[in-house]
Design a protein around this ligand. Structure first.
Ligand code: PLP
Length: 287
């Protein structure tokens, strides 16, 4: 376990960005973020003191707020809180900063916000050896974002109980993680990650208009792919293409790119060399 201390900054229109003790309570039991999971968040990786994809994270934070009809977050304030939290935290190799904005205490219309920084876990083994994934039906069609936008698929909301339940189901099936599929047979995303497939010299990810989160890590992996001459594609991916792909990854902030070494109990080859180069690129440790 890490010995570094987490850092907290509270964010509000009234007080701005104020450092607080992360070990004392700051959120009311009447806060709609607590009672309804009504709010949004972002988790930003920080490697060697540099925040990864900070602006794309902030832009997605604002997009999630719009999807939930929340007040527009003051991005200058949240940016300041993230950078101040990084600055105030002990110098560690990998850190994450989580920004949260809830709808606030019921009836007030005043959002509750904060940025919390803590040392990241050690994902070295998952990044090199890979993880076991299972496909689980999300029970929604791939066009749910168009047909039922009120389901908020594709927004990064605090309502992650379903995502956590899916991970427990994966554990029951002797796996580490999940690839959600649509009820009409397409690949979607993981509970906290995007899916990338390699088909020859092309990296493919499910199109982000299918009720999935547009991932900042996935976008960085595509930048990496272009930098080494690989093609990239956003596609509607039938589930059967998972089995025929040359390699598979789940990619997300903090854990970064992890290869999938078994899918639904069937062992798979991992692309160890490409995975290592992806990780180095994502961590900003390019040779
Ligand atoms: N999809 C979901 C549902 C997520 O929760 C996340 C991140 O937590 C991602 C995808 C990956 O997004 P990012 O790479 O920006 O962390």
């Amino acid at each position: 376990m890490s010995s570094s201390r987490p850092v907290l900054f509270l964010v509000s229109a009234e007080a701005g960005c104020v450092r607080a003790d992360p070990e004392t309570p700051h959120v009311s039991v009447m806060d709609l973020g607590v009672t309804r999971g009504d709010g949004i968040f972002e988790t930003i990786s920080v490697c060697d003191g540099r925040a990864q994809a900070l602006e794309p994270h902030l832009a997605r934070f604002a997009r999630s707020a719009r999807l939930l009809d929340l007040p527009e977050p003051d991005l200058d304030l949240y940016r300041r809180a993230v950078l101040a939290a990084i600055e105030a935290h002990d110098d560690v190799a990998e850190l994450y900063v989580k920004t949260v904005m809830t709808r606030g205490i019921e009836g007030t219309g005043v959002p509750t916000g904060w940025a919390y920084a803590a040392e990241a876990g050690d994902f070295a083994r998952a990044r090199t050896e890979g993880i076991r994934a299972v496909t689980l039906d999300r029970g929604l069609r791939h066009d749910v974002a168009q047909t039922s936008p009120w389901l908020l698929q594709g927004a990064k909301t605090l309502s992650y109980a379903v995502n956590r339940a899916a991970l427990r189901e994966a554990e029951r099936r002797d796996a580490d993680d999940v690839i959600f599929t649509s009820s009409d047979g397409y690949v979607l995303e993981g509970p906290t990650a995007n899916v990338i497939l390699r088909r020859g010299d092309t990296l493919v990810t499910p199109r982000t208009d299918q009720g999935i989160l547009a991932g900042t890590t996935q976008a960085s992996v595509f930048d990496f792919a272009h930098s080494i001459g690989l093609a990239t594609e956003y596609a509607v991916v039938p589930v059967a293409e998972l089995a025929s792909a040359d390699a598979l990854w789940l990619v997300s902030s903090v854990r970064q790119a992890v290869p999938i070494n078994s899918l639904d109990g069937v062992e798979r080859e991992i692309d160890a060399e490409l995975s290592a180069r992806m990780t180095a690129y994502l961590l900003g440790r390019r040779e």
